[in-house]
Design a protein around this ligand. Structure first.
Ligand code: PGA
Length: 254
């Protein structure tokens, strides 16, 4: 079934690559993108953002930060603010990635504050939600998704902003090689879209891109994207290889 939403594909580089590697990557990647393909956004590490901005000048690739602090400035050693991301050319930012929630103990309230800060500075948040293996085993998946979505999307709705995307990333599938089946992903995406209708309204629910993330690779992308409520991918490991990432992007059509 074809979707009314333009596909969106994000590459989350996490804590990988150097400036030299970024330049080499983009020199191969950017010219190979098709102009009528999906919208593409890269999330390089903070130190790589200026190099990434240099090579995506025609707007074919947007760049985003992997995180931001809720405050615009201040005594927060090691953090990066929304204005600093905008300053180096970011238009997107990840909020609530499970590695932030788990490695750094980020709560739903903190994720909500980050979404509010992102929107205040003109950044588009890509809001990540997803259950752990234990939560799924305990049949708590929908409860977790409900809690995470209400907190994060509620912050955008409260700010009067409808500029955000969602990424469903089951934690048990991230970096594990265990991909959700197309049906598991579709069921979660359908649930999230229904919830969005409740929280943000029917029109916004229909227009919002909901990406799937968790061990997406060139071999499983086509099956996953055939599901009606999947609007693209947030890709970690496979986005580090420009050829693999391009194959995944092409699978999403236009
Ligand atoms: P993965 O990561 O594709 O390596 O599983 C996805 C993500 O964490 O965004």
């Amino acid at each position: 079934m074809s979707s009314p939403r333009r596909p969106l594909v994000g590459g989350n580089w996490k804590m990988h690559l150097t400036v030299v590697e970024t330049t080499a990557y983009l020199a191969r990647f950017v010219p190979a993108l098709e102009s009528d393909g999906p919208e593409v956004v890269l999330f390089p590490g903070f130190t790589l953002l200026p190099a990434a901005r240099e090579l995506g000048p025609d707007g074919s690739v947007a760049i985003g930060g992997q995180d931001l602090h809720p405050e615009p400035r201040g005594a927060h050693t090691g953090d990066v603010s929304g204005p600093q991301l905008v300053d180096v050319g970011c238009s997107w930012v990840l909020c609530g990635h499970s590695e932030r929630r788990h490695d750094h103990g980020e709560s739903d309230d903190l994720v909500a504050a980050k979404v509010a800060a992102a929107t205040a500075h003109g950044l588009t948040p890509m809001i990540c939600v997803g259950e752990t293996a234990d939560e799924r085993a305990a049949d708590r998946t929908l409860e977790v998704l409900d809690r995470q979505l209400r907190a994060a999307v509620g912050a955008a709705v409260g700010a009067g902003v409808d500029r955000y995307a969602l990424a469903y990333e089951p934690v048990w599938a991230i970096g594990t090689g265990l991909t959700a089946t197309p049906q598991i992903a579709q069921d979660a995406h359908r649930f999230l879209r229904r919830l969005l209708a409740e929280v943000a309204g029917e029109t916004r629910a229909e227009s919002c891109r909901i990406l799937y993330g968790g061990s997406v690779n060139p071999g499983n992308a086509a099956d996953l994207i055939s599901q009606p409520d999947l609007d693209g991918f947030l890709v970690g490991g496979a986005s580090l290889d420009p050829e693999k990432f391009l194959t995944i992007i092409r699978a999403c059509g236009s």
